[in-house]
Design a protein around this ligand. Structure first.
Ligand code: ADP
Ligand code: MG
Length: 161
């Protein structure tokens, strides 16, 4: 995918409450404005990369880009699971992500257990891949150094190197 790494930034909005948090895998949702401006060659599926809430630390993440059942699958959604335990929710904060690599396409699962197992395996793959020097160096990008505020830099998509 030519558009990787892909840098996106936007405010965390409420999802459609599919209870990801209950599964132990909360996913922070980007608003439509970010999803609608994704580069055309970014396909649906599971990605790994780096994430930062507001001006906080940079963490590993996995992201699912998929069809949003709430909109009868006519709209895409982008959901980021940050591989870190936070004390509190961060709805309304600015999430900055660098999508770095692609793990797998979207797929169906026979059971919830099978889905959870797949996500855990995605998380393990992301953790290992992101330790590669070429991925680690993306944490040093200007993108992650600039302070974000809730009034500026709210929406950003694209290839910025
Ligand atoms: P929603 O349907 O509103 O997206 P989720 O059950 O997917 O609800 O939970 C997502 C919310 O959980 C995020 O918007 C964020 O505020 C919070 N959260 C807490 N820890 C994490 C994490 N490690 N990764 C992603 N979101 C997290
Ligand atoms: Mg979610």
């Amino acid at each position: 995918m030519r558009s990787l790494p892909c840098f996106c930034r936007g405010q965390v909005v409420r999802g459609f409450g599919r209870g990801s948090k209950d599964l132990g895998i909360p996913t922070a949702n980007f608003p439509e404005s970010v999803v609608d401006n994704l580069p055309a060659d970014i396909s649906t599926g599971i990605y790994y990369g780096w994430a930062r809430m507001d001006n906080g630390d940079i963490h590993k993440m996995v992201m699912s880009i998929g069809w949003n059942p709430y909109y009868k699958n006519t709209k895409k959604s982008m959901e980021t699971h940050v591989i870190h335990t936070f004390k509190e929710d961060f709805y309304g904060q600015i999430l900055s992500v660098a999508m770095v690599g692609y793990i797998r396409p979207e797929r169906g699962f026979k059971s919830l257990d099978e889905l959870i197992a797949a996500i855990h395996s995605d998380i393990e793959e992301a953790k290992i891949k992101l330790d590669l020097p070429e991925h680690l160096k993306l944490k040093e990008q200007h993108f992650f150094k600039t302070p974000v505020s809730t009034t500026a830099n709210q929406i950003l998509n694209g290839h910025r190197l």
